[in-house]
Design a protein around this ligand. Structure first.
Ligand code: ZN
Ligand code: ZN
Length: 250
């Protein structure tokens, strides 16, 4: 009876979500046909779907950077010369085409349906992983005030709910309002982020295998610094998942 009631409530909630935010293509906003009796989990329309580039081998198993041509996965030069503190980083797709449109729409408007669709796209790359808790990459309070929401936290919350894992939105704090990373050299980017994060309550993550969630991984500078901070605070491991991986040099 309880199970039945919960299922009913969930169905009503999903129906309401579809009513308030009708299912649309995450990239171009074209209306999608609703799925009878359940939430619409389709994400790209028929026009956009063929242009999405999914992350595939060969690539670096640590930082997810793809290689052209054929071959097996192997570590990239950057991960060999300067091993990252995270165990692995994975993304649902590569940053380009419809992924850019989807993430731009997501970043500039609070849209729970869009957050849900993008988070669900991340689930396949998390299959067969062993994790204890989920932590979003935080925004500095000043940026949070400007934007009104943290896009990584919206994704992380959906993932935590789907994976039935504890969600820790406040365990990692951003204490340094860093300048924009674009245009900076690798050394300058790393220096810019040095000391940017803090774990005020390390007990919450001690010996835990954490999943750090970001919207886009462009260089690995941010996730390197955030992962290092979490590891120093006592996390057993930190792995990273993002909606998209931008292909640029580390
Ligand atoms: Zn579309
Ligand atoms: Zn790598």
């Amino acid at each position: 009876m309880v199970v039945y009631s919960c299922a009913m409530s969930l169905s009503i909630l999903n129906g309401l979500t579809d009513l308030l935010w009708p299912p649309r293509c995450v990239a171009c906003s074209a209306r999608l046909a609703p799925t009878p009796g359940g939430p619409t989990e389709l994400s790209f329309c028929d026009s956009c779907a063929p242009h999405v580039i999914y992350s595939q081998s060969p690539k670096c198993p640590k930082c997810d950077i793809p290689y052209s041509g054929e071959g097996d996965d192997h570590l990239c030069g950057q991960c060999i010369s300067d091993p990252p503190p995270f165990t692995w980083s994975r993304a649902a797709m590569l940053y380009g085409g419809p992924a850019v449109d989807a993430l731009t729409r997501f970043k500039y408007g609070l849209n729970p349906a869009l957050a849900r669709s993008l988070a669900l796209m991340m689930l396949p790359v998390l299959e067969d992983t062993e994790l204890d808790a989920i932590v979003p990459v935080p925004l500095h309070p000043k940026r949070l005030k400007e934007r009104g929401f943290n896009q990584s936290a919206l994704l992380a919350r959906v993932l935590a709910s789907r994976l039935r894992l504890p969600y820790h939105p406040t365990v990692l704090k951003r204490i340094k309002d860093t300048v924009a990373q674009a245009g900076l050299s690798r050394t300058a980017r790393l220096a810019n982020l040095k000391g940017a994060f803090l774990v005020p309550r390390p007990r919450a993550i001690r010996d835990k295998r954490l999943l750090l969630v970001d919207d886009v991984v462009t260089t690995t500078a941010t996730i390197r610094e955030a992962s290092a901070t979490l590891c120093r605070a006592g996390a057993a491991t930190v792995s990273v998942c993002a909606v998209a991986r931008a292909v640029k040099t580390n």
